[in-house]
Design a binder for this molecule. Structure first.
Ligand code: THG
Length: 610
């Protein structure tokens, strides 16, 4: 049977640790090819292939369905530490070929054996700016190219520490599959440290939110750092929330430091018991062992796999965005998700001045202030005529990535700016925005970027005729956008957030007196007809041109009715939004009349509520 099918239908058993089982062979510096290469396990494929073969043969004999290549660190980034960067492709290919040869020897019709090309996290964290996205992608591409050419049946991006590192690897996968016109299963596995998050502080929910949109990922899971006991809560999170098969490869318990050497104490029986629980009670379906697990551990798991059925999972998947730290759903109760509006060169004088001064640290600080004021996400726009927007986005985003705990909404009309931001953002961003002003043009540029980096997108109800004024026209444009986004660009309705845009009611202009009510009713219609789609509004637009107090009142009342109609997210200055009961009755009534166009005639709303 085809591997991609097996990965969904059967309990599959990976092998155990490569590193600790090579160490157990008491290799000498000579075995590694000299003092300066001692410790470079990957080079053993050349300097002492028997050592690598022994590990593979032991695990195949134990009954592993899938063995991992000895290539955890064969990217040029890691090999450079031994001066071996030039052989990254060759060594990856040779190691894959070696594993493949042995897997074929053990393979039977009843029990086929497979080779997983192992891709480790390297020694650099892009979110800490140790390396740029493109350099990391290029290095991974070369490694993966060798792994595929050597005969790997699947790729496993494992022991991941930094979501941005995974995104660089996933970009490499996409480029490689496109260039080679192939498609192999891909497993992505994160490492959750004993403190309960990835090394960069990422919660499991944020990792799932950032990775889930990549539709070519076969399975998401976790490996290394701890034993199964410490993993249980996070494994349970994945089995309850991930739509993809769950992978789990624990260490043989928490390592204990004995005389400077890590020792692992979990017995094969204990590992089997835990994995029996993970598979039978939680629904994990791809299992194996990480550091400290031996062929005895894997023999137990292979035995277990012959008679256990994974628990049928009932999944609750919540479409969300994520920062590098945590995940925030597109809908919360009570609504709305508050998107802070102030990190915007067009929307805040202070932010604009800081960007002009290139005081990016203080500009990022404005983002933190908004989160303290209760923003659940931040809209970020650095567009300014005459400035290099790519550079400004680069500077601000590399700070926001790790300094802001809530997800970022990338607000730009320029495609290179959007891509630059996505390459610096570890979490799952929302791109703001697409529209149909030039027909499909914008979508053709922006949606492939959203797919490539796993982002969601805001869609404005604008078409070739301009910004839609009536509820019917807003719905019609939204439905055109859904059709094209889903059927042509592979987005899901859950990835789309519609903005039914309003003109200001502050101009008193006869033509726009129904702007507020049309916008609100369009939200209701979109939510009714497309319940999987979400809605958002830049609320402050409603009151441009009025005095500050009138703006707060009108914004707050408008937001109230938009929420009643089903609004999910609101771009606002959170601190300036007042609950209805806090607004004086006169102001509230007047604002309501203006929004619903029930006013007789009032020359200046501003004057009356000031
Ligand atoms: N929809 C979507 N994105 C958007 C908008 C939208 N992005 C930009 C904008 N509209 C939302 N953001 C703002 C930000 C600030 C203001 C209005 C909208 C604003 N600022 C005050 C002013 O200009 O008077 C404060 C100025 C200051 O502090 O200096 O009103 O609709 N998808």
């Amino acid at each position: 049977m085809e591997l991609s099918k097996l990965l969904h239908e059967r309990v599959l058993v990976f092998d155990g640790a490569t590193g600790t089982n090579l160490q157990r062979q008491d290799l000498t510096p000579d075995d590694f090819g000299g003092e300066n290469l001692a410790g470079c396990n990957e080079y053993l494929t050349r300097s002492k292939p028997e050592a690598v073969e022994k590990v593979h043969i032991d695990f195949l004999t134990a009954g592993a369905d899938i063995i991992e290549t000895n290539t955890f660190g064969t990217s040029s980034i890691v090999l450079a530490e031994y001066g071996l960067e030039a052989i990254a492709y060759d060594l990856s290919k040779e190691s894959a070929a070696l594993a493949k040869r042995l897997a074929m020897q053990f393979s039977t019709k009843e029990k086929p054996r497979f080779v997983a090309g192992s891709i480790g996290p390297t020694t650099k964290l892009p979110s800490l700016l140790h390396i740029g996205f493109d350099a990391m992608r290029d290095s991974y591409y070369e490694q993966m190219n060798g792994l595929v050419d050597g005969g790997s049946d699947l790729l496993i991006i494992e022991t991941c520490q930094d979501l941005l590192q995974i995104k660089a690897a996933l970009a490499a996968v996409q480029d490689l599959f496109r260039d080679k016109r192939i498609k192999l299963p891909v497993i992505t596995s994160v490492t959750i440290e004993t403190m309960g998050t990835m090394l960069m502080g990422t919660e499991i929910g944020a990792a799932l939110t950032a990775l889930e949109p990549y539709d070519f990922i076969t399975s998401i899971g976790m490996n290394c750092a701890t034993g199964p006991k410490e993993m249980e809560e996070n494994v349970m999170y994945l089995t309850q929330n991930s739509p993809k098969p769950v992978f789990c490869m624990p260490n043989a318990g928490l390592p204990e430091n004995v005389g400077g050497v890590a020792h692992y104490h979990l017995s094969p029986q204990e590992l089997e018991k835990w994995m029996s629980h993970f598979v039978g009670d939680l629904g994990v379906s791809i299992i194996g062992g990480c550091c400290g697990t031996t062929e005895e551990h894997i023999a137990r798991l292979a035995q277990l796999a012959t008679h256990i059925t994974p628990k049928e999972r009932s999944i609750s998947w919540t479409p969300s965005a994520a920062s590098i730290y945590s995940s925030v759903p597109f809908h919360i109760d009570p609504s709305p998700v508050i998107v802070g509006e102030r990190c915007n060169t067009n929307g805040s004088r202070k932010f604009k001045d800081l960007i002009l001064e290139e005081n990016y640290d203080a500009a990022a600080q404005m983002g933190r202030e908004q989160t303290k004021e209760g923003a659940h996400m931040l809209d970020v726009c650095v567009a300014y005529v005459g400035r290099d927007e790519v550079r400004d986005m680069h500077e601000i985003m590399k700070r926001l990535n790790t300094q802001i705990s809530v997800p970022i909404v990338i607000d730009s009309t320029e495609y290179p700016v959007i891509e630059e931001a996505l390459k610096l953002y570890a979490g799952r961003a929302i791109v703001n925005s697409i529209n149909m002003e030039d027909g499909e043009e914008r979508m053709a540029h922006v949606l492939p970027l959203c797919k490539k980096y796993g982002a969601a997108v805001i869609a404005l109800t604008i078409d070739e005729d301009g910004m839609a004024k009536t509820r019917e026209k807003k719905l019609e444009i939204a439905e055109r956008i859904i059709d094209i986004s889903v059927n042509k660009y592979g987005m899901r309705e859950e990835d789309l957030i519609f903005d039914t845009l309003t003109f200001t009611l502050g101009s008193g202009d006869q033509e726009f007196r129904k702007a507020g009510i049309e916008t609100i009713e369009a939200i209701r219609m979109i939510k009714e007809r497309h319940p999987k789609c979400r809605t958002i509004l830049g609320v402050s637009n409603i009151s441009f041109g009025l005095n500050p107090h009138s703006r707060h009142v009108l914004n707050s009342v408008f937001l109230h009715y938009a929420i009643e109609a089903g609004l999910d997210l609101a771009i606002v200055h959170g601190a300036k939004i007042m609950p209805l009961h806090k607004i004086d009755e006169k102001g509230r009534e007047l604002a309501t009349k203006i929004i619903f166009d029930e006013r007789v005639y009032e020359p200046a709303f501003a004057a009356e509520t000031a």
